[in-house]
Design a protein around this ligand. Structure first.
Ligand SMILES: Cc1cc2nc3c(=O)[nH]c(=O)nc-3n(C[C@H](O)[C@H](O)[C@H](O)COP(=O)(O)OP(=O)(O)OC[C@H]3O[C@@H](n4cnc5c(N)ncnc54)[C@H](O)[C@@H]3O)c2cc1C
Length: 160
């Protein structure tokens, strides 16, 4: 059995107008207030790969965003943009892998493909672009989904 309890973000101390699901930040991790940056789980960042807002939920995401936000705070004229396709294989007896955006928002959809022992859930955005997915039974297949996400291709162009 697999149970996801989700994330509860502590936004109470932040100005409400800067927040949506999390603290809304652009690709430089700056919010609408130029003195407030966001990094880690709390950041709902603008994903330049898919032109939409999304959130992370991994150590890799949090640490890379922390580094970039810190850099941008002290280099306001040379800000770096953040972009990452996160991948995550929890250490469980169930061979499950997550790649890209696994958190479904209002304009997203997921498509399930079952091939023998391999279960694949592909997540797509409103432009039908593949933005992430979950694989059970064949963790190596996450490499294939990662390539689709990286290339920004649409679901109708893949041969599964
Ligand atoms: C059970 C579990 C297992 C996980 N396993 C993995 C894994 O295997 N691999 C992986 O990549 N990721 C994993 N994650 C996700 C990963 O832990 C998070 O993505 C990461 O910790 C996010 O870092 P963060 O700094 O954004 O937030 P956090 O690590 O949550 O740190 C936020 C900190 O801010 C503090 N804080 C909150 N509000 C205030 C306030 N008002 N004032 C001062 N301090 C405040 C909190 O106490 C906390 O210490 C797991 C998460 C959970 C819950």
């Amino acid at each position: 059995m697999c149970v996801g309890i989700g994330l509860e973000l502590n936004k109470d101390f932040l100005p409400e107008h800067l927040c949506n699901r999390g603290l809304k930040v652009n690709q430089y991790l700056v919010s609408d207030n130029p003195d407030i940056f966001g990094a880690g789980d709390i950041a709902e960042y603008y994903d330049i790969l898919h032109n939409s807002y999304t959130g992370g939920g991994t150590w890799a995401n949090a640490s890379l965003q922390g580094m970039i936000a810190g850099y941008n705070m002290v280099h306001p004229d040379m800000m770096k943009s953040f972009s990452l396709i996160p991948a995550y294989c929890p250490k469980t007896s169930l061979p499950i892998a997550f790649v890209g955006s696994c958190r479904l928002g209002p304009e997203m959809e997921s498509i399930v493909i079952e091939q023998g022992d391999r279960y694949v859930q592909v997540n797509i955005n409103s432009q039908n672009q593949i933005i992430g997915g979950v694989v059970i039974g064949d963790s190596a297949y996450m490499g294939t989904i990662r390539k689709w996400v990286e290339a920004g291709i649409t679901i109708d162009t893949i041969d599964i």
